[in-house]
Design a protein around this ligand. Structure first.
Ligand code: SF4
Length: 308
């Protein structure tokens, strides 16, 4: 069957095929919090990048299906070289990850000899391989704090790097990358949301610009936002809307308001049920990483997991 033919199947038929193929192949489906709701409900585990990386080291499944963007599937493969890892949409890249190259990072290291490189997991395996340690939005502050010295090179998100600098007091040399979804938030979004929902606390993702983070009560990864959703009856949420769909499903009695209804990551939405069913039944698209690069990237990821 072609992918187009899968697209003509009903949601029930696709869900049944996915469950059947998952059992037959001893597969686990790991889904990021920004996935479309139909994929979220079929995932065995949902989480942020840190949780997905941890889950990838804990699973004994024979096949890992990563519903997210490319660097997440690559990280799962780096941590599980002996398991097959597939991603349903091979075009689901992360534009922020594409803003950094290994050659550029090496040049920056040469300009700042001895300064450790902390790379966000939103990077290619090649960039991870030339980094000292990785981080996620959940542990960036802890990792920047933990690496030796007062100066750190941070790649590629300038906003998350600036946030880590503000929390640690370290001198952080920033790569000038950004996430197009979070970087579009402006302080007026916070003021407007507060006007519409007086008294409701605001949480934003630390990939947001510093003047937006400064106006919010909380800055948190999507995993941290889920914890806040447990603790509050209402929340204004500044991140990709997929997370708000998860919050509404898991806490139907509570109220969550998007900071912007336009905060949609097109790349995360490339995975849908027809693609997931097709990918599982055909075991495509397989993720591979050259062994020399994998080993370097694994060292940086393992160091992050040790420090987390
Ligand atoms: S939300 Fe931003 S950082 Fe996450 S995958 Fe999309 S572009 Fe990349």
């Amino acid at each position: 069957m072609t992918l187009e033919e899968y697209g003509a199947l009903s949601t029930e038929e696709l869900s049944a095929r996915i469950r059947r193929a998952k059992d037959e192949k001893r597969a686990v489906i790991l889904g990021h919090n920004y996935q479309v709701p139909e994929v979220q409900v079929l995932a065995d585990y949902l989480g942020d990048s840190l949780r997905l990386a941890q889950l990838a080291t804990e699973t004994d499944a024979e096949l890992i299906v990563l519903c997210g963007v490319w660097f997440m599937a690559e990280s799962a493969k780096i941590l599980n070289p002996d398991r097959r890892v597939i991603i349903p949409s091979k075009d689901a890249g992360c534009p922020m990850a594409d803003m950094a190259t290994a050659e550029g990072v090496v040049r920056l290291k040469e300009q700042h000899p001895g300064v450790p490189v902390v790379s966000y997991v939103n990077t290619s395996a090649e960039v991870k391989a030339v980094s000292d340690v990785c981080c996620t939005s959940a542990n960036a502050v802890r990792i920047v704090e933990a690496v030796e010295g007062d100066t750190v090179i941070f790649v590629p998100d300038k906003n998350l790097g600036a946030y880590a600098a503000s929390k640690t007091g370290k001198n952080v040399i920033l790569w000038k990358g950004h996430c197009y979804v979070h970087n579009m938030f402006v302080p007026e979004d916070v003021e407007l949301a507060r006007g519409e929902h007086p008294g409701v606390p605001v949480v934003v993702h630390p990939e947001s610009p510093p003047d937006v983070v400064a106006r919010a009560e909380f800055a948190a990864s999507t995993g941290g936002m889920m914890k806040l959703a447990e603790e509050h009856d209402e929340l204004i949420v500044g991140t990709e809307i997929g997370l708000i769909e998860r919050m509404n499903r898991e806490f139907p009695e509570k109220r969550f308001y998007p900071l912007s209804a336009f905060a949609v990551c097109r790349n995360m939405k490339m995975t849908d049920l027809p693609r997931l069913a097709w990918a599982l039944e055909h075991e495509e698209y397989e993720v591979t990483v050259p062994e020399d690069i994998r080993q370097g990237a694994e060292r940086a990821l393992a160091r992050m997991l040790e420090l987390s």
